[in-house]
Design a protein around this ligand. Sequence first.
Ligand code: HEM
Length: 409
Amino acid sequence: MTDAQLTHTGAVRLYGPEFQQDPAGLYARIKREYGPVAPVLLDGDLPAWFVCGYREVHQVTSDSQLFARDTRRWNQWDNVPADWPQLGFVAYNPSLMFTEGDEHRRRAGAVSDALAEVDQFELRTLAEQAGDRLIDTFAGTGEADLMEQYASTIPLLVTAGMYGMPEADIPSLVRDITLSVNADAESAAAHQRVAEAMARLVELKHRQPGEDVPTRLIEHPSGLTDEEILLDLVVIIAAAHQPTSYWIGNTIRLMLTDDRFATTLAGGRASVGQALNEVLWQDTPTQNFIGRFATRDTQVGGQRVRAGDLLILGLAAANADPQLHSCGGAAGNHAQMSFGHGEHGCPWPAPELAEVIAKAAVEVLLDRLPDLTLAVHPEQLRWQPSVWMRGLVSLPVTFTPAYVPLGGR
Ligand code: HEM
């Protein structure tokens, strides 16, 4: 047994039935029993530290020298089976996600610069058009699954727009990104096709530069190679897709199930922003993030952590930290940890772009289908089994069938 396995004897499993039934309840129990940093077991009982105190998540994410991002630092690699279900989240590749120090600053700086030039008004228009086109496909029927038919596609369509992708390539990209995030037999091949599509896109943008993210990365003064650009384009689109989809889905769910939003649903523009913010505090799409690796033996939250130990960022647990809320009204502000923090946090201005997309998606839907109603009892809604993401499997709704323009938009 390794040191980490010894300290984790009897630790709480961050998977399985208790986790599935009530993750928030489990986080609260872990915090009560162990404090802000707890020994936990991942799938296959691999040991990790669960950082669930708000202050401790802030501490770990702020110190990238001591808590680093390169997954090759993990001291459990000898115990990781080849078919470990979480492998996709820790298998190293030289994208900006896993680089460190100056190299990370070079890569993340270029991504931030490229995203900062996205015109947020144009982005809003792109998101509205994508929303309208998707709603047209089901508006006449009076029923829909808003996860499958709406929330899970809008962020991809909008990101493909930000990438200046040829229209003809977008449907296969949407299909492959969707397949690549399910950890199953098809996902590796789908991921490979996404990488190939990005390589073709980079090649196209060399020949035909445009007002888009790939062109800005190619022209960026940091001198990124084509290989670096395509890896980082894959990271950006994957990072943008699922959390934003789930943010949209979780927000629609909140608005359809909570009486505070029901009265304003029809003309509910004013409350969409509030609902989006509440979801980030109470039902964040990025509930846990894997993670950081200690670069030397150290202590955090009263625990002795060894070099190479994995620390999981308990973002939902940090948002719910009673210490934070006892010092007054945190939920009204934007200090939640849902976008991570520090050098590897969701890069500025990505959270703002995500909010533009999510807000447009919810508002267009409510405008077009104002009498939207949940088609099942709220208790019947099922959550994805992921330990990292919190999103609905499906969101079935009914509504008065609406007019769809002939011939589409
Ligand atoms: C336009 C949409 C988005 C884009 C382009 C985007 C992009 C990215 C990228 C490139 C990273 C990797 C940063 C790095 O390792 O240096 C990242 C990390 C992250 N993003 Fe986003 N993202 C988007 C939306 C979201 C949303 C909606 C959420 C959650 C509500 C989110 C939460 C996170 C988190 C938790 C991390 C990891 C933070 C950490 O390790 O501290 N992102 N994002």
